[in-house]
Design a protein around this ligand. Structure first.
Ligand SMILES: [Zn+2]
Length: 358
């Protein structure tokens, strides 16, 4: 059964579903109708934050997040639609509460109607991600490193995080169901374990000169782990929690500190769940929460900090970025040529880009 709380949480994931599935990020403006049935030439659809709905003035239809995913993926019935929404945003459909112990003699619960998303698995993923890293440097694939440099990330960053390039997502993980006709390729962002011996999950960033259906792709049907999740159980002094993966890389570059990422605010619950399961001596001493500078980010920051306080973990929020940047990556790019710039090195005939701090 889907609890009313799960239902409410999933309902609130509309902005992320619009971002992940429809490439719609600025919800203050109208956008093209998300319905595949409606060949919308103008931005006729609008998002309503009060009830997390989308209404299209062209075809006159209204969706909540469940009917929208039903529309996009041809899924009927609330239960299946809710599960699809949970898959998209990496939400755990279970009724565990991170900081409350379950009563010992709990009543036997009815068997769930459907399984929660599987945890990511598959050892081959690490090998595939290593091969994708090699592919970044193959002739013809320069577009991958150009994409990273556009976001302020150099060849050392690509090496540090084991980023890569692919044109065939299924060769990274068979669970990818990507349809991106205008894509030039994809940056692979693996979720490595602490010693880089294994990656059992990978996120893709779409590189495209034209239309992008989704900026980010995740393997379908798998629960989304946190990026650098191992940092939560490594007895670290301070861990920064960023919202997006690229932001986390930018923040690490700016601060030099240990940074992990939620991969979307809807994954905040997992952060508390993982920490709850982690013995206190292995948890970070201090967690700094660095969400985006927008309403959704600020709300997520408050929720996360409340969870952390409930777990008695010292926490704070990152101060706002100078210059009004919305996120760490925007800030990193804004400081190019004032605080750092790229330098090109020749390494055995290969041009390597590294950022030099000024
Ligand atoms: Zn429409």
């Amino acid at each position: 059964m889907i609890s009313p709380e799960d239902k409410a949480n999933l309902r609130a994931a509309m902005p992320e579903v619009l971002a992940v599935r429809c490439g719609i990020h600025d919800l203050r403006r109208s956008f093209r109708c998300p319905s595949p049935e409606h060949d919308d030439r103008d931005p006729s659809a609008h998002y309503y934050a009060n009830d997390n709905s989308v209404h299209c003035f062209g075809c006159g239809r209204t969706w909540d997040v469940f009917s929208l995913v039903g529309e996009l993926d041809g899924i009927e019935g609330f239960a299946d639609q809710a599960r699809a929404v949970a898959d998209i945003v990496g939400y755990h459909l279970d009724d565990s509460r991170p900081w409350r112990k379950r009563p010992k003699a709990a009543k036997p619960r009815p068997k769930p109607l459907f399984d929660p998303p599987r945890e990511a698995g598959g050892k081959d993923c690490g090998d595939a991600c290593s091969a994708a890293w090699d592919r970044l440097y193959e002739p013809g694939n320069e577009v991958g490193r150009r994409y990273l440099r556009y976001r302020g990330l150099d060849d050392l960053d690509a090496m540090e995080w084991g980023l890569g390039f692919t044109r065939v997502p299924k060769e990274i993980m068979p669970e990818f169901r990507v349809w991106e006709p205008e894509a030039l390729g994809f940056i692979t962002i693996p979720f490595w374990n602490r010693d880089f011996s294994e990656a059992n999950y990978c996120m893709l960033r779409t590189i495209s000169r034209g239309e992008v259906r989704n900026k980010e792709w995740r393997p379908a049907g798998l629960a989304t782990p946190l990026w650098n999740e191992w940092m939560l159980s490594a007895s670290l002094d301070t861990v920064i929690v960023a919202e997006g993966l690229i932001d986390a890389m930018a923040l690490h570059k700016i601060t030099g500190k240990d940074v992990m990422a939620l991969g979307g605010v809807s994954n905040a619950k997992r952060l508390a769940q993982v920490l709850y399961r982690t013995p206190p001596e292995l948890r970070p001493q201090v967690v700094l929460v660095a969400m985006d500078e927008d309403d959704e980010g600020r709300k997520a920051c408050e929720r996360i900090r409340a969870d952390l306080s409930a777990l008695r973990i010292r926490n704070n929020s990152m101060p706002a970025y100078p210059g009004g940047a919305k996120d760490a990556d925007e800030y990193l790019m804004a400081t190019r040529d004032s605080e750092w710039r790229f330098e090109v090195y020749d390494s055995a005939g290969l041009k390597l880009y590294r950022s030099r701090w000024l």
